[in-house]
Design a protein around this ligand. Structure first.
Ligand SMILES: Nc1ncnc2c1ncn2[C@@H]1O[C@H](COP(=O)(O)OP(=O)(O)OP(=O)(O)O)[C@@H](O)[C@H]1O
Ligand SMILES: [Mg+2]
Length: 275
């Protein structure tokens, strides 16, 4: 049986194999393929990129790990592409069965390119409209599967002067390129302020609320029970903190009541990290 994280047409994985089966390497034999993603960070185009592999023992774990690491590396390089946008594009690797995933961080983090060798997207225009999806039942255990990812990513980036472009990969598969320049200096700054990131007006937050933001970044989305468990505080305290963070525009609830960071929340957290 084909699974969404297993075999894909034309792939070298035995029919029925899951890309998450443990690696088995008989003496002198190549290891059984594992689902993993590769990130390449280009410090400049005149030298080879720094390359690292990201793995997860389930589709969800790989999505979490790859989204967080891509966010971290692109922001360390100076980029400002929001976590929520990165996450939507990474989640979409599920449609490509995580086949030959390569994420490239370019232009000081202002460009991130996500490539796979899955089935590709035939109707790229409609893929950007809410409600168009090919997500299967099985995929919906891991992603929302309502056709919202690409439209939301486009809107979010467009709002910040960025862009998202979807192209075919060379032989087969999809390449999604996100671009967003670091935030411009505020208008009141002198013209020679250069490309320093905008000064951020941080809302006043308690240490625990900052921890909640940080935890949400790590987990993708949280509910009161996860906050209570991870931070060792009562449920009602967790609920109050989440509600306060949502009121400040730092978080937003999804249909299941879980809260994720807004791009404002991600930027605030970034400012907190940078001190
Ligand atoms: N990397 C990809 N490979 C193949 N198809 C893709 C890829 N990315 C997106 N698609 C196609 O584009 C469609 C729309 O993607 P979009 O992210 O908007 O919605 P979704 O992933 O189906 O659902 P949601 O994002 O709400 O969980 C997908 O259903 C899929 O058919
Ligand atoms: Mg999606």
């Amino acid at each position: 049986m084909k699974t969404f994280f297993g075999n894909t047409p034309g792939r070298a994985i035995a029919a029925g194999a899951s890309a998450y089966e443990p690696t088995v390497a008989a003496a002198g034999q190549p290891a059984v393929r594992q689902a993993a993603a590769r990130i390449a960070v280009y410090d400049s185009l005149t030298s080879s990129p720094r390359v690292e592999d990201v793995r997860g023992d389930s589709p969800r774990a790989l999505i979490e790990a790859l989204s967080s690491r891509t966010y971290q590396l692109s922001h360390e390089a100076g980029g400002a592409i929001p976590y929520t946008v990165i996450r939507e594009v990474v989640e979409n690797f599920i449609h490509a069965y995580f086949s030959e995933v390569v994420v490239s961080v370019l232009d000081g983090g202002a460009t991130i390119r996500f490539a796979d060798q899955g089935p590709g997207i035939t109707d790229k225009e409609r893929a950007f409209q809410p409600g168009f999806t090919t997500a299967s039942d099985e995929m919906k255990h891991v992603i929302k599967g309502v056709g919202s990812g690409l439209p939301v990513a486009k809107e979010c980036l467009g709002f910040s002067g960025g862009s998202i472009v979807v192209e075919d990969n060379l032989d087969r598969g999809t390449v999604v390129t996100l671009r967003m320049a670091a935030p411009a200096a505020p208008a009141t700054e002198p013209a020679d302020a250069g490309d320093r990131p905008a000064v951020f007006e941080l809302p006043s937050l308690t240490t625990r609320q900052k921890q909640v933001l940080s935890l949400t970044m790590e987990l993708g989305s949280v509910g009161p029970s996860a906050v209570s468990r991870e931070l060792g505080v009562g449920l009602s305290t967790s609920y109050r903190d989440l509600a306060a963070l949502e009121d400040s525009g730092l978080m937003v609830s999804d249909e299941s009541g879980k809260r994720a960071l807004t791009s404002y929340g991600v930027q605030c957290l970034d400012s907190i990290f940078k001190g």
